[in-house]
Design a binder for this molecule. Sequence first.
Ligand code: ADP
Ligand code: MG
Length: 579
Amino acid sequence: MASVPAETLRDSEATQDQRELTDGFNLIIDALKLNGIKTIYGVPGIPITDFGRMAQAEGIRVIAFRHEQHAGNAAAIAGYLTKQPGICLTVSAPGFLNGLTALANATTNCFPMILISGSSEREIVDLQQGDYEEMDQLAIAKPLCKAAFRVLHAEDIGVGVARAIRAAVSGRPGGVYLDLPAKLFGQVMDAEEGKNSLIKVIDPAPAQIPSAESVERALELLKSAERPLIILGKGAAYAQADDDIRALIEKTGIPFLPMSMAKGILPDTHAQCAGAARSLALKESDVVMLIGARLNWLLSQGKGKAWGGKKQFIQIDIEPREMDSNVEIAAPVVGDIGSCVAALLEGVTADAHSPSAEWVDAVKTKKETNIAKMAPRLANDNHPMDFHGALGALRTVIKERPDAILVNEGANTLDLARGIIDMYNPRKRLDVGTWGVMGIGMGFSVAAAIETGQPVLAIEGDSAFGFSGMEIETICRYNLPVCVVVFNNGGIYRGTDVNERNSDPAWTTFVSESRYDKMIEAFGGIGVNATTPEELKQAVDAAMDSGKPTLINAAINPAAGSESGRIGNLNPQSKLQKK
Ligand code: ADP
Ligand code: MG
């Protein structure tokens, strides 16, 4: 409990009895609750331990992690799944810095989250006099997030929380930093005044209606297309405009290509899905409509060989400055995806906006050929398992359990799973996103289970798993329905690299034939060692049926896997290397 200064109590004889007090602790909790915040992800410590306790006592769910980065990733993906800012709570300096990676990653990916960190005494920090965990956190956070605020007075807590929420979810969503100095928590003020100082944010992410001209321009360009293509990005998944997006695609008959986290807005098995004909679709299309996807490295910046020459682009995005960031956008449509797609839907007709039959056929033929080519590889029963055999089994799991949430990271484990595992429902695939960052696995899994109540299947490279592996204790502690499958090929990319100079292992390898399944047993979870696709499928099914925390060590051939997965071209290699 916060202490109440004696002067305040002795204030005036007349009011002393009736006067109720509140403090920073309570005001922050009240402000969050007033704005519908139900869950906080964090790690306790000075100066926030008591705050977490009190929040829990007030009915906010407080999920404690082992490292702030994973709490931050959990908050970020909670924001993506719910369109409400996910909250991450950390201690000062080092805890804050640990959370900052997740905050920056959230901002890059357009996930709304608020990193709330306790901080040390301003007076000492600013004079650099050496406080406990001294650091100018606000200044450090600023360039890495959408907005950063500090609250110094209890009566400003309402405004601080309101501004943080608005900044996180309005316009292009992103990460926000809220700095709360230790002294603030204990500040006392009149309870009634305190209550009146809080703000319930009205319409935090207002609809942004596109201009009629921009919609008209887009429809005209689409009309002129012979070989149109629609690319769906995770912005489209975030927008939760699933029905209208589907209607737009089906009404026009235009082939669509989902970016990784947009898979499932329409099922990957949909007749118009061009996923298995990606190269052809990018190269041969003439007009491309981007819905909530950026022309960044994941789309070869919209130019070069992958695109086979100049295209005309329609881009739907809430951020006006995204337009022309890489190539000319012939028809920018600025607004929220729900409003933009609804406006386009009203204007399209099957007659005017449908692709040529040849184009639809070309995409379909290519797709069927590629799928047929892949089929036997996915059904293989090689011992030891290879990536394709193991992923073939997991592909069936998701087909049979389309509501499960798939979390995915790694190099080969990521690139191959993304292509192989079909998704059937929106916002079910959570992965490394725009940065291709490793370490999101367990944080995303925890939040996905908590926010949706659905079972989670985390498909993890053995290296990727290592970044957040300790959080399996968190998964066990909260008894979450998470099944982690570690694709264990004994190393980064492969387990077979050799260092010929001395007895140290090659720096890309791990202990060979490790048993990751034994780790979870230490915390009361279920560990399984799977050596065949069949064993793997059985173990995952059992985990999903029971909902018990499970870790499956999928023993993969150490020779399987290629350097940097599918993005080996980004990894410079010396031609002068001495062998
Ligand atoms: P992907 O990696 O799947 O291609 P990106 O993260 O690159 O997706 O792009 C997502 C885009 O979606 C961003 O440019 C972002 O501004 C935009 N966006 C996010 N939410 C909305 C929304 N509700 N309405 C419109 N655009 C949005
Ligand atoms: Mg590996």
